[in-house]
Structures are given as structure tokens and as C-alpha cells.
Ligand binder design. Structure first.
Ligand SMILES: *[C@@H]1O[C@H](CO)[C@@H](O)[C@H](O)[C@H]1NC(C)=O
Ligand SMILES: *[C@@H]1O[C@H](CO)[C@@H](O)[C@H](O)[C@H]1NC(C)=O
Ligand SMILES: *[C@@H]1O[C@H](CO)[C@@H](O)[C@H](O)[C@H]1NC(C)=O
Ligand SMILES: *[C@@H]1O[C@H](CO)[C@@H](O)[C@H](O)[C@H]1NC(C)=O
Ligand SMILES: *[C@@H]1O[C@H](CO)[C@@H](O)[C@H](O)[C@H]1NC(C)=O
Ligand SMILES: *[C@@H]1O[C@H](CO)[C@@H](O)[C@H](O)[C@H]1NC(C)=O
Length: 469
């Protein structure tokens, strides 16, 4: 570790935090320090749950209360309706401590739209080793459950795990979407798995595929850990977001692979402290914050970190999208260590997002976007605009920082586009982000120069100097 660099930058950050307010230089370094140190702790699940070996799970199950859906009359043949068996098993498992609700492997359970409500007793495990499949006919779907297939709410300390599959049988839903056929009505379709109003929930190992619409929604929840989850749907399935996070805090998504027809991960209003680590995305629309601000609404998202991702053949890479006329903010985001291949818009802020059949007019208000860092982002782009910061004239983006970005075009020239975007780059930035404007005083130039020098020193000896700060 290069001590002089770390110490001097640290000293400056201290000055920045406590001294000389009003100076742009200190303010910029303060923000930079904040962005560099932004973090959400990863999975810290109880050992007894994490490492419990369910492959050798027999009647001798170390004090666990095993609740097998088969004992409640589930047929598991993929044809008979097993909804009542699941509701019965849920009621039993939820009401006793240390329960394991087991969906056995090698079988297929047809389950209708159902809300599984807590609160439950402590230490509930939902062990999905078999396949849960949805009825495939939209016209027979219970209209009371228009937006949900399997919804779990008011859980605390619950673990969903196993090698099983949740299959939304979405084909007919996709065909009925107005995105597929303009003469279809635009109505929402169910989400395969929704975790609502819950805390300390873990989702690990399971596969969610072919959802009617979104695959996994985390809503109004806090402290959720998602790991080794696989989402698969065709690249042309409409609105099939992989993992959608709304009104939730302290959520970590890690070691997961998402292939779908919409955003791999989307983070929307009321969410903060979101971390994504080691993700694979593609096909899909990339990793998105937003959309926010639709219909003049207020949207807020803060403290988001993406660390290590591979995006392949996606229509966007790292995207922030907001509608004209909204309010609120996106503040404190760091995207780092991302490799892209054949991505159409690798780095994009789009404040003119308009996912509607009619065009959207520009407005005088917008969601304010600030403190966004892109670091160590490399790969290839399908479009020439590798970097696009399309910010509102009325509400410019600020404090956008680029560091060690290298995006190459598949067919030659790449460029950056900016509208009303303030910030700076340091280290290598290709294509050059000179279109970012800086504050009119010279404080920012000093910051940029200082950071550039400090980083050169840091990198000569140790690339990890930043991580150790
Ligand atoms: C599911 O619910 C719908 C509507 O209530 C009902 O018509 C149908 O028979 C149920 N079962 C299956 C397997 O679709
Ligand atoms: C679109 O939907 C209309 C009405 O449901 C139908 O008549 C038409 O054949 C559909 N078009 C395509 C291309 O599927
Ligand atoms: C990229 O994704 C699109 C949309 O899913 C798909 O049609 C196409 O075949 C993919 N291309 C490659 C090279 O995988
Ligand atoms: C946005 O989130 C906040 C806080 O969770 C909530 O109060 C507000 O109603 C949400 N706005 C919209 C448009 O959903
Ligand atoms: C940059 O990101 C890649 C992953 O895309 C990672 O393998 C590499 O170690 C990172 N480099 C640094 C200096 O952190
Ligand atoms: C909105 O503003 C942007 C940036 O100034 C401009 O490029 C775009 O054409 C405007 N859109 C409309 C619909 O006026």
C-alpha cells in the first residue's frame, strides 16, 4: 500500500469534511471520498441456516419442523391444482418455529396466484427443490391477483433456498402484452415472486424463469440478501425485469445471473443502501436505476453500489432513467469493475425517458441526479455513443465522476454525449468525457488536477490503494 498517497488523500478528505466550507475543491473531494467509501455489507446469514445440508435432509432433521407440501395432498404432477396443498402447508409452517416448508425435488407443482402472509414464527425456511409452475392461461387468471402470482408478506428472518424453479409459464402473457401487439390493452401482468413488507429475508439458489412480467420484486422491505439466483426469460419477453427493488433499504444482490427481456435489475423510488456484487446480465436492458418521476411523481434513490458485473448483449449497460416533470433525486451511486460486451448504451443517464405510446414534453422539473461515479468500466459497445449523459436543462446532473473507463466501438469510433451534465474524469477515460462541464470557479480544476496526481502515485505501486482507504 502506498502510504503517502493514502495519507495525503485521507488528510485532504478530513479537511474536506471539517474545514473551509464553500470551496469547490473540498466539496468535490468530500463527495469523491464518500463515493469511494460507499458500501453495504454483504450476506451475513446465520451459520446454522446457511450451511445446513438439505441434501441429506431426512426425518432426522435436527429439531426442524418439516412441512412437506406432499403431506397436504399436493399431486406434484404439473397438472392437478396444488394451490390448496401449498396454502395448507404454509399455514402449518408459518405457525411453528423452526419450520421448513419443503417443495420436494423432481416434481412439478401447479399453483395458482396466492398470497402467503406472515408474520410467521421464527426461523422459517422455504426450501424449494422442485418446480412450482403457474397456470398458463391469462384469461383464467383471478382478476383479484392481477399483479401477483406468488406473494409473501410480513416475513422476518425467513430464508428461501434450494435448487428448484419458479416458472411463470409466461408465453401467453407476453403475447397479450401491448408491447407485443399495439392492439392489446396495456395492463399489468403478475410478478412471479414478490417479497413485500418484510425484513431479514434471504433468497438463495433458486431459479425464476418465464415470469408473466417481473421475476422477483422486493417491495417495502429492509435487509434482504439475494444470492446465487438465476433468472431466465427470452430476450424479447416484454417487461420481464429480473429483480426489481422498490421502497426498500439495505438490499444486497450477489452472485446472480440474469437473462431476460427487460432490466436485469431495476431500482426504483424509496430505495437506498442497495448493493449488487458479481452479477451477470444478458440479454436484457441492463442494470437500471429508475424509471423515476413518471406522472410528476417524486422519486428518490440513494446509496447504490454495483461492484463487479459482466454485461453481454444488453440494450443498456449502467442506466439511470427518469421522466420529465418528476421530482426527487438519485444521489450517491458507484458503478465499478464492470465488463461489457456488445452493449448498446454502456453508460447512460436518460432524463428524457418516455416509455409511453405518446411523446413526452420537456418540463421545468426533473429528478435531480448527482454524485454518480463510474470506475473501471471496460468493454465493447454496439452504439457509437458509449457514454451518454442526457440531463435536463432545468435540473442539470452534477458531480458525475469517471475513472478508468475504456469503451471500444464494435465498428470504430465511439464518443460521449452530454446535455447539462457537470462533473469530471480522471485516469483513463475513453471516449473522453470532455463534454462534462465543470464549475466556473477554478476549485474543480484544482480537484481534478490533485486527484489525477494522487491517483498516478497510488497506481504506480498499488492498484488497491482505493480499496484500502
Ligand atoms: C386458479 O384460479 C382461477 C380463478 O380463480 C380458477 O378458475 C382456476 O381453476 C384455478 N386453478 C388453476 C389450476 O388454474
Ligand atoms: C394483434 O391483436 C389483434 C387483436 O387481438 C389480432 O387481431 C392481431 O392478429 C394481432 N396481431 C399480431 C401480429 O399478432
Ligand atoms: C442478443 O440479444 C438479442 C435479443 O435477445 C438476440 O436476438 C440476439 O440473438 C443476441 N445476440 C447474441 C450474439 O447473442
Ligand atoms: C416514493 O417513496 C416514498 C418513500 O417510500 C413514498 O412516500 C412515496 O409515496 C413514493 N412515491 C411514489 C410515486 O410511489
Ligand atoms: C476492473 O474490473 C475487472 C472486472 O471487470 C476486474 O477483473 C479488475 O480486477 C478490475 N481492476 C481493478 C484495478 O480493480
Ligand atoms: C427536451 O430537451 C432536450 C435537451 O435540451 C432536447 O434534446 C429535446 O429535443 C427536448 N425534447 C422535446 C420534446 O422538446
Amino acid at each position: 500500500m502506498n502510504k503517502p498517497f493514502v495519507v495525503s488523500l485521507f488528510a485532504l478528505l478530513m479537511v474536506a469534511s471539517y474545514g473551509a466550507p464553500g470551496s469547490t475543491m473540498y466539496r468535490e473531494l468530500d463527495i469523491l471520498g464518500k463515493l469511494e467509501n460507499l458500501d453495504v455489507p454483504e450476506d451475513e446469514i446465520d451459520d446454522d441456516v446457511t450451511f445446513f445440508d438439505f441434501s441429506s435432509f431426512t426425518s432426522q432433521y435436527s429439531g426442524k419442523n418439516l412441512v412437506n407440501v406432499d403431506s397436504f395432498g399436493a399431486a406434484g404432477d404439473g397438472v392437478a391444482d396444488d394451490t390448496q396443498a401449498f396454502i395448507g402447508a404454509w399455514t402449518m409452517a408459518c405457525s411453528a418455529t423452526n419450520s421448513v416448508l419443503l417443495v420436494p425435488q423432481g416434481r412439478r407443482y401447479l399453483v395458482n396466484a396466492t398470497k402467503f402472509d406472515g408474520p410467521c414464527q421464527e426461523k422459517l425456511i422455504i426450501q424449494i427443490d422442485g418446480t412450482i409452475v403457474a397456470p398458463d392461461e391469462p384469461s383464467e387468471w383471478d382478476p383479484k391477483f392481477q399483479r401477483v402470482w406468488l406473494q409473501f408478506s410480513k416475513l422476518q428472518g425467513t430464508v428461501f433456498q434450494g435448487n428448484g424453479v419458479i416458472d411463470g409459464s409466461g408465453t401467453k402473457w407476453w403475447a397479450a402484452s401491448c408491447k407485443k401487439n399495439k392492439s392489446n390493452p396495456c395492463v399489468g401482468a403478475p410478478t412471479a415472486l414478490t417479497i413485500y413488507s418484510s425484513s431479514n429475508v434471504y433468497v438463495r439458489g433458486i431459479t425464476i424463469r418465464n415470469s408473466q412480467q417481473m421475476h422477483l420484486i422486493i417491495a417495502r422491505s429492509n435487509t434482504v440478501r439475494i444470492s446465487r439466483v438465476m433468472v431466465t426469460s427470452p430476450g424479447d419477453s416484454p417487461n420481464t425485469d429480473g429483480i426489481h427493488i422498490t421502497a426498500s433499504t439495505d438490499v444486497v444482490v450477489q452472485d446472480s445471473k440474469i437473462s431476460t427481456g427487460d432490466d436485469c435489475v431495476s431500482i426504483v423510488n424509496g430505495s437506498s443502501k442497495i448493493k449488487m456484487k458479481r452479477l451477470y446480465c444478458g440479454p436484457g436492458h441492463g442494470i437500471s436505476i429508475g424509471s423515476l418521476g413518471q406522472g410528476h411523481s417524486t422519486g428518490t434513490v440513494s446509496a447504490v453500489v454495483l461492484d463487479t458485473a459482466y454485461l453481454k448483449n444488453t440494450t443498456n449497460g449502467l442506466r439511470i432513467k427518469t421522466w420529465q416533470g418528476g421530482n426527487g433525486y438519485v444521489k450517491g451511486v458507484r458503478f465499478e469493475n464492470v465488463k461489457m460486451q456488445d452493449v448498446a448504451n454502456p453508460i447512460i443517464i436518460d432524463q428524457f425517458y418516455c416509455d409511453s405510446p405518446s411523446t413526452c414534453q420537456n418540463q421545468t422539473s426533473a429528478v435531480h441526479i448527482s454524485e454518480i461515479m463510474y470506475r473501471n468500466i471496460t468493454g465493447t459497445t454496439k452504439s457509437s455513443k458509449a457514454i451518454k449523459f442526457a440531463c435536463s436543462d432545468a435540473v442539470p446532473c452534477n458531480h458525475i465522476v469517471l475513472n478508468n473507463v475504456n469503451l471500444e466501438g464494435n465498428d470504430g469510433k465511439v464518443e460521449a454525449y452530454c446535455n447539462s451534465a457537470e462533473g469530471f474524469g480522471y485516469g483513463m477515460v475513453h471516449p473522453s468525457a470532455d463534454c462534462l462541464y465543470s464549475h466556473d470557479d477554478k476549485g474543480l480544476d484544482q480537484t481534478r488536477q490533485y486527484v489525477a496526481e494522487a491517483v498516478v502515485v497510488g497506481e504506480e505501486t498499488d492498484q488497491n490503494a482505493h480499496d484500502e482507504l
